[in-house]
Design a protein around this ligand. Structure first.
Ligand SMILES: [Zn+2]
Length: 133
């Protein structure tokens, strides 16, 4: 039994082998197409990967939690005001490519010490794994 193999772009899967393409789990900025994070960095916080939350202005967001977001840049100071995740201070995260608001970076003296809550509809998810055959 072969282990899971990762293919490079354009590489064909050997027959019968279980494969996943590295690019399949990329998550992009919906505004500019820049790489933001990877599906493999999904993380469960407070019992869920996704959370539907609202801010003090009543705007509802669906945020997805990731342990890292390489394409996100910090904006402004950390705040604990109206945090959605108890004990965590938040900081606005913007796209490093185009500056659009992608979500928030959370930090605490807890585990995990840092994670990102990214607004789902500001993200574009990579192509699904190729169909068999
Ligand atoms: Zn962008």
């Amino acid at each position: 039994m072969e282990g899971l193999a990762f293919l490079q772009p354009g590489q064909e899967a050997p027959a019968g082998q279980v494969t996943a393409r590295l690019e399949d789990d990329k998550v992009f900025c919906a505004a500019c197409g820049g790489l933001v994070t990877y599906g493999r960095w999904r993380i469960v916080i407070n019992g869920g990967h996704e959370h539907t939350v609202f801010n003090p202005a009543g705007v509802v967001f669906t945020v997805a939690c990731y342990r890292e977001a390489v394409g996100a840049a910090d904006f402004g100071d950390a705040s604990e005001v109206f945090t959605w995740f108890k004990g965590y201070a938040w900081r606005v995260s913007v796209c490093a490519g185009c500056g659009v608001h992608l979500g928030w970076r959370y930090e605490a003296e807890a585990l995990p010490p840092v994670f990102f809550g990214l607004i789902k509809d500001r993200l574009r998810f990579g192509p699904p794994p190729a169909e068999k055959g």
